[in-house]
Design a protein around this ligand. Structure first.
Ligand SMILES: [Fe+2]
Ligand SMILES: [Fe+2]
Length: 300
């Protein structure tokens, strides 16, 4: 057995506090990262998968400060960008520069193999009003992205479907996990409440999941963005959505990988005060139900 850890949406290097579904407290992230460092040292994962919204402040130096904070955890990690990382061509260039020692190639779309699992990291783009697919948001969408994502859309570009299929065709025997910021499957109805703030999903997520039905070796998709723990299953694929570190429940995923299965477990930090500070009573549902916190994914 070996293990990796998924953390998501750390929104580092920012002092911005606000409310998403619970209190969203970027200002507590230095202490959260100190606690996470101690907790991961005990767990000893082989690497971390960090599924986007790594930085939350727009200055170039903040992107590098976020990188330094992730480096300080002391484990190899693979970064993917989110809507707060890829908001301009300049920020995309900073991302590639900041994470050059963590990316297998100088590209935001990449694949790597760890022991018995292949990972494919994808980079969905923004969909503008007229349906154009762009690597950065239109100015109006960009202005309100800290507070309102209701009309904001993202989709996987056709070139990445082609790339993904070429990798999946070339290595049909190896169990494969995908990772990208926006989930391909939506947060399930059972977790939604009338006041649930939905950050959205990939506009062509259904198409992606359908196109994967000819690749039974694709076992799981790891995403963030919705700041909610949820696991849903479709066409033999588990969509794992993982909550944000600056927001209740302040948790991360441990993935234990065996020859024939992966087991997902969800952990709180050893210091419960961060989650308590963020929780708005009545909004505990972003922690997910038992089926959103524990899962066994067959690899055969
Ligand atoms: Fe986020
Ligand atoms: Fe996001």
């Amino acid at each position: 057995m070996w293990r990796f850890v998924q953390i998501s949406d750390p929104h580092l290097a920012s002092k911005r506090d606000g409310v998403w579904n619970n209190r969203f407290l970027c200002s507590m992230m230095p202490q959260v990262m100190d606690c996470l460092r101690r907790d991961l040292a005990r767990l000893k994962p082989e690497f971390l998968l960090v599924t986007g919204d790594l930085a939350s402040h727009r200055a170039r130096k903040s992107i590098f400060a976020a990188r330094d904070a992730l480096d300080s955890l002391g484990f190899p990690y693979y970064p993917t960008g989110g809507n707060h990382d890829y908001y301009s061509m300049a920020s995309r260039a900073w991302f590639l520069e900041a994470y050059e020692n963590h990316l297998p190639t100088t590209n935001t779309v990449y694949s790597f193999v760890h022991k018995n699992i292949r990972f494919c990291v994808l980079d969905p783009w923004w969909v503008w009003d007229e349906g154009e697919l762009m690597p950065f948001p239109d100015p109006e969408t960009d202005k309100k992205q800290d507070t309102d994502l209701r009309d904001t859309r993202w989709a996987l570009p056709p070139e990445q479907f082609v790339w993904l299929e070429s990798v999946l065709d070339a290595f049909p025997k190896m169990p494969t996990c995908l990772a990208f910021h926006y989930p391909a499957m939506k947060v399930p109805t059972r977790l939604r409440r009338p006041d649930y703030n939905d950050a959205g999903a990939l506009e062509n997520g259904d198409l992606l999941v359908e196109s994967l039905s000819k690749y039974p070796h694709v076992k799981a998709i790891f995403s963030g963005h919705v700041h909610t723990n949820a696991i849903v299953h479709r066409n033999g694929i588990a969509q794992i959505m993982t909550s944000a570190l600056p927001e209740y429940p302040v948790q991360y995923r441990e993935v234990r990988v065996y020859r024939d299965r992966m087991e997902i477990r969800t952990h709180s930090l050893s210091d419960p005060s961060f989650a308590q500070k963020s929780l708005i009573p009545g909004r505990e549902y972003t922690m997910g139900e038992e089926q959103d916190r524990t899962a066994v994914i067959p690899l055969k």
